[in-house]
Design a protein around this ligand. Sequence first.
Ligand code: HGY
Ligand code: MN
Ligand code: MN
Length: 413
Amino acid sequence: MSLPEIDGERLLSALAQLGRIGGLDGGGVCRPALTDEDKAGRDWVVGRMREIGMQVTVDGIGNVVGVYAGREDLPPVMTGSHIDTVRTGGLYDGNYGVLAGLEAVRVLREAGIRTRRPLAVAFFTNEEGARFAPDMMGSLVFQGDLSLDAALATRGIDGTTVAENLERIGYRGHAPVGAARVGSFVELHIEQGPVLDLESVTIGAVEGVQGISWTEFTLSGTSNHAGTTPMRFRHDAGLVAARISCFAREMAREMGGDQVATVGALNLFPNLVNVIPSRVVFTVDLRNTVGAMLEDAEQRLWAFADEASAAEGVTLSRRSLARFDPVKFDPALIGLVEATARELGYSVRRLPSGAGHDAQILARMCPAAMIFVPSVAGLSHNVREHTEPADLVAGARVLLRVLMQLADRQPDQ
Ligand code: HGY
Ligand code: MN
Ligand code: MN
């Protein structure tokens, strides 16, 4: 029996269609979690799930799961990702894994194939975490390590709550959270880094996800006249923020290895040309594949921040927005991804993920793994994010076969 094949044109067309929802002039996508654009994207994907004949459920945090029944009522093999994007997002981050999962189910249905286990395709709410921290919020609630109430009460960078926005877009569902049965989870995603592209490798068998530490700092100094205030009298919150930002960069360079540090969000108050800033709120994103190194980086950064603010007579407070230890994926699933890619004739290599993903949360409740395809020039969280069509199709073909093997393997496997 010939195996069903991914319809590449249909997958690429679906990506283009979804990419037009929240599409930016000149390219890219702006579909932040729980915005009207996110709602429109959700509605469109749910429509595709229903077209394929999937049973669709929405849970209390808005996670959407489509299920294609199997021959037996067993915990499903699940795939999927997210469809929310950062404000300057690309076509593929998250969206690709969801639409490739739907394409895989569609070709099985068209071929009249029912796998032993059900197949589920999910998109999780607010994976990005850029509007409402932490990231992977929906999958954390789905898995149970973040309470639904805490997630719903979370206030975003615009001051509104997750609950308000979820209700406004009509996705505060009724399916229970925290107790789902999932047999295994495989997420297909673009690498978002430069490794596969630089080495011209088509498939990544992802070994795990690096640790993530997001901290929000609030500095309070004294606003004063930019012209009349002698330098020795200043308590300049803006200066301290700048020193911490430079320290973070220098520390990451010095630590080497996989250490990265980013000051991505920074707000000065009153943000006027002739006023010494009295208040600065900014974020530092630290990551490392080695847990102990990430802790060391945090301690060094926080110690410097305390010193720099004391030296300027500025008060400092900080709060954690997100904190994830490094995660290792399931060795057998990693091996399955690698072997399946090889069987299909693709070059493949193992690598860690620099970006956070829902798979790292699902890994707390079932065997999980990821499949990567190359990002051209490693660009992502950038409107010019791009993956070659042939690579997009290759990743979907590997996903289809991995899902079929997982869904049909015998009990003892
Ligand atoms: O920040 C991340 O790694 C992911 O894109 N949320
Ligand atoms: Mn993503
Ligand atoms: Mn992302």
